[in-house]
Design a protein around this ligand. Structure first.
Ligand SMILES: NC(=O)c1ccc[n+]([C@@H]2O[C@H](COP(=O)([O-])OP(=O)(O)OC[C@H]3O[C@@H](n4cnc5c(N)ncnc54)[C@H](OP(=O)(O)O)[C@@H]3O)[C@@H](O)[C@H]2O)c1
Length: 383
């Protein structure tokens, strides 16, 4: 790892020295020439070497060598890619004790992670909106799991109250991590979307809510300093384009952009930012959207969108929900992002319709947009 870093450093110095003192050209031009130099040299050597050989022998040898190079190119590329990846992976300080704040921890992914992290010895502050949810958490009898009642990510004052409560309760111990988990999902085909109600609500919770909580807890995380963590619960919908998945997908794509910016902004304090992109996880989120789906039928009396809104699509969705992973997969990713010295930037986990979510992610990356347009309906179990 250090050798690679050193080689990179030496190459940069060489390019800069040559650029400034000898050729007086911008470093990028010098670098590209230095890269070309061995290629030109190799080609010249090859030409001279074979100049006296019979043509058929040169053709056979050249074809063989080109084929060999093409075969090895992906291997060499992969080795270089992984080498670079490891060379630039920052190593973070690990805090084995201290506080972890999780928003939206009344159920599902947030609750599972809260219970697990509390059992591992962290002081977990579980944000919930309702008193009954706080009582349900208290009933679990885990001393290090503390509900923070009334924490609504759409209301800055309730988040500020949560910050005060956490700071007082920690009384000098570090706040290790903030897990921005609270989220809602109410989707519709674009033409049927209620922009003022659903798009506003979705962005208010899934995007602005994360910004509010992050802004409020950052001073405490910065006080912890090196090794503090921010974990964003996005979705694979923040990476894939899926029909009938707006405004949820849009808000999660916005969260991706915000998380990338945040990662770069807070890196100077050695605070890590990781994003979790789950496929489908068995939680209440699908049930909560049922009434909303029923409403959509009423907005489309002539059945314009019956290719998306029909019993077969609903059944396929139900089947995919059945095959969803348990929240343990997201808890594992969240815990890795908080406890590993080398947290990943992104964790794509769980499945969609039985297929690992990261396969869908790679598929979208590989396929041209127009081809993805053709296959995305059947792929995402719609029409
Ligand atoms: N389940 C999946 O398949 C899946 C896949 C990808 C991503 N995700 C993401 O995972 C996160 C957790 O979802 P989940 O599946 O665990 O669903 P869930 O069981 O419905 O949990 C959502 C949590 O967010 C809370 N919440 C909603 N609006 C809030 C607000 N304004 N302020 C504070 N908390 C609020 C809910 O609290 P209340 O109980 O008070 O409503 C609940 O605790 C979400 O960000 C979701 O987008 C889920």
């Amino acid at each position: 790892m250090d050798v690679l870093k050193l080689a990179f450093l030496v190459a940069r110095v060489v390019v800069k020295v040559v650029a400034r003192n000898f050729v007086k050209q911008p470093p990028i031009m010098v670098a590209s020439k230095l890269v070309l130099l061995p290629l030109v040299g190799g080609a010249t050597w090859y030409g001279l070497h074979y100049a006296s050989e019979p043509v058929h022998k040169v053709l056979i040898t050249t074809t063989f060598s080109v084929a060999l190079n093409i075969a090895f190119l992906p291997v060499v590329g992969a080795v270089l890619w992984f080498g670079l990846h490891h060379a630039i992976q920052p190593v973070y300080k690990v805090h084995n004790a201290g506080g972890v704040v999780i928003t939206g921890a009344s159920s599902g992914i947030g609750k599972d992670a809260a219970v697990s992290l509390a059992r591992k010895g962290y002081m977990v502050y579980a944000g919930v909106r309702k008193q009954t949810d706080a009582e349900a958490l208290e009933k679990l009898g885990i001393a290090s799991l503390k509900p923070v009642v009334g924490c609504d990510v759409t209301k800055q004052d309730t988040i500020n109250e949560a910050v005060k409560f956490v700071e007082k309760d920690l009384s000098g111990r570090p706040l290790v991590a903030l897990v921005n988990n609270a989220g809602i999902s109410k989707n519709a085909p674009i033409e049927l979307m209620d922009v003022d109600r659903d798009a506003k609500a979705s962005f208010d919770v899934n995007y602005s809510g994360v910004v509010r909580a992050t802004k409020a807890f950052l001073p405490l995380l910065r006080k912890t300093g090196e090794g503090a963590r921010i974990v964003q619960i996005s979705s694979v919908s923040g990476l894939l384009v899926q029909p009938d998945m707006e405004p949820y997908g849009g808000a999660k794509w916005a969260l991706e952009s915000m998380s990338g910016a945040l990662r770069r902004e807070v890196s100077r304090w050695k605070i890590s930012v990781s994003v979790i992109n789950p496929g489908m996880v068995k939680t209440d989120i699908f049930g909560k959207g049922k009434e909303h789906r029923k409403d959509l039928g009423n907005k489309d009396p002539t059945g314009l969108y019956k290719h998306l809104l029909n019993a077969a699509a609903d059944n396929q969705m139900l089947d995919a929900c059945e095959r969803a992973d348990m929240p343990q997969v997201t808890t594992d990713a969240i815990e890795h992002a908080i406890t590993s010295p080398t947290p990943q930037v992104r964790y794509v986990c769980a499945n969609i319709a039985g297929v690992p979510a990261n396969h869908w992610y790679w598929l979208q990356w590989l396929l041209p947009d127009r081809l993805m347009d053709k296959v995305s309906g059947p792929l995402f179990f719609l029409y």
